[in-house]
Design a protein around this ligand. Sequence first.
Ligand code: MG
Length: 250
Amino acid sequence: MIVLKTARELKLMRAAGRISQRALRLAGSAVEPGVTTKEIDTLVRKYIEEQGATPSFLGYGGFPASACISVNNVVIHGIPSEKCVLKQGDIVSIDIGACLNGYHGDNAWTFPCGDISDDAKRLLKTTEESLFKGIQAAKAGAKVGDIGHAVQEYVELRSYSVVRDFVGHGVGAKLHEDPSVPNYGAPGRGARLLPGMAIAIEPMVNMGSHKVKVLRDKWTTVTADGKLSAHFEHTLAITADGPVILTLPD
Ligand code: MG
């Protein structure tokens, strides 16, 4: 069931989104060689709690941390660890949600650790741009398939692939709501986008095959071929005047 949000609820979601985005930027600024992903997670948790919010991911389905931190070939759901020490040239995908006054914000970004290869830079740029292609397609009256099509076409024209096994989603009083928002699909298919819907668009883009596998810890999701993967996400509201990003810093 798709829950439409009132103007008041969207205002609350914007406040949660602001904290999510600020926490994400803080995490990104901590990415440098020698830092552990556990240290970044600790920063994120402290920041979110200081704002009077709660980390949406902590304890969600048993997830043991406040941020998902996924390095290089890890696509999503990397578990922060003191054993995971970042090094020069890594790409670091950080996914963070914050819940404030009962509403969630959800966002992700892939950060370079020091100097990264030109190939990695191109992957990050393409994935970020594909997110904004998806956001542009999220107009009231369009269909969910229009978003996926915009993302997929942009990515595949650049010889990368979009992950199929994990998708974007509705967001609100629950972190994951209907509808599912795949990063692939056919235009004109799927649920119609209506004013008051709030969704997270989150392309996960692989340098090689779209295939992924989940490791034995039941969270860490890696590319099947071991190649790099990037992940960018915003939460947005569908309005009569176009999509409005809720995960902005101010
Ligand atoms: Mg999400």
